[in-house]
Write a protein that binds this ligand. Structure first.
Ligand code: HEM
Ligand code: HEM
Length: 178
């Protein structure tokens, strides 16, 4: 493991997963912001249908990514101070959890509006909330709040990466670059 010290980094698959999720989240935030506000008479078409399509893809990719991560652990950069390791680990875990939670809550919200979520537009996922259910509706409300919480952690995470590159001048950012 000596050779990992300081410069060790993520493998090709982990990097591909990381940047794929970044791209999907960027698209999802864009679509979520331009789609019409969802009300009683909103139909699952146009941007709304895109939102469910991208959302189901994010769910599949984040699950695969996390399973890959469990089987391929990457040591924290050992040149980091203990507090930096703690903040970075906590942020990474929070990001995984929030992305996963967002997809489940969005899925429940969609079901409560009577919409079936399909993976790649083909494979229907089971109903996790009955149509018209109170909790499915609340899941939608929480989803709409977590939109900003996740954004906050993304800003923190990106600020951390830039801090390493520009302020500390270490190789943490490079660990995730192609
Ligand atoms: C991490 C992934 C996701 C992000 C970043 C995201 C983002 C957003 C945004 C920005 C909005 C608009 C909030 C507003 O109008 O105030 C929204 C609403 C919504 N999203 Fe997502 N979304 C994600 C995943 C999903 C998934 C997987 C589904 C369903 C399969 C979904 C279904 C919905 C629904 C139904 C609404 C309307 C909620 C309601 O008012 O009842 N989202 N999302
Ligand atoms: C331009 C934007 C981004 C940059 C520059 C960036 C940079 C990085 C870097 C350098 C690492 C490796 C840190 C280390 O060496 O320990 C990393 C890891 C990670 N990033 Fe990002 N990131 C970005 C966006 C995002 C977004 C939007 C998410 C949202 C989910 C995210 C989630 C993660 C996670 C979960 C890890 C930990 C990976 C693991 O150890 O399993 N990143 N990122």
């Amino acid at each position: 493991m000596q050779s990992d010290i300081g410069t060790g980094g993520y493998g090709r698959v982990a990097k591909a997963f990381h940047w794929l999720i970044v791209a999907l989240l960027a698209a999802q935030y864009a679509v979520g912001s331009i789609m019409p506000h969802i009300g009683r008479n909103t139909l699952n078409q146009g941007w709304v249908a895109w939102h469910l399509w991208i959302g189901a893809t994010i769910l599949a990719v984040i699950v695969l990514r996390f399973l890959w991560r469990l089987r391929n652990p990457v040591p924290v950069d050992v040149t980091l101070a203990p507090w930096e390791r703690m903040v970075s680990l906590a942020t990474h875990w929070t990001l995984y959890i929030l992305v996963f939670a967002m997809t489940l809550l969005g899925w429940a919200a969609a079901n409560s509006r009577g919409w079936t979520v399909k993976l790649l537009g083909l494979v229907p996922l089971p109903q996790i909330a009955p149509q018209g259910s109170e909790w499915g509706h609340e899941a939608g409300d929480i989803h709409n709040v977590l939109v900003y919480v996740l954004l906050g952690f993304i800003v923190l995470h990106v600020a951390g990466a830039l801090y390493h590159y520009f302020v500390k001048g270490d190789r943490v950012l490079q660990r995730m670059l192609p």
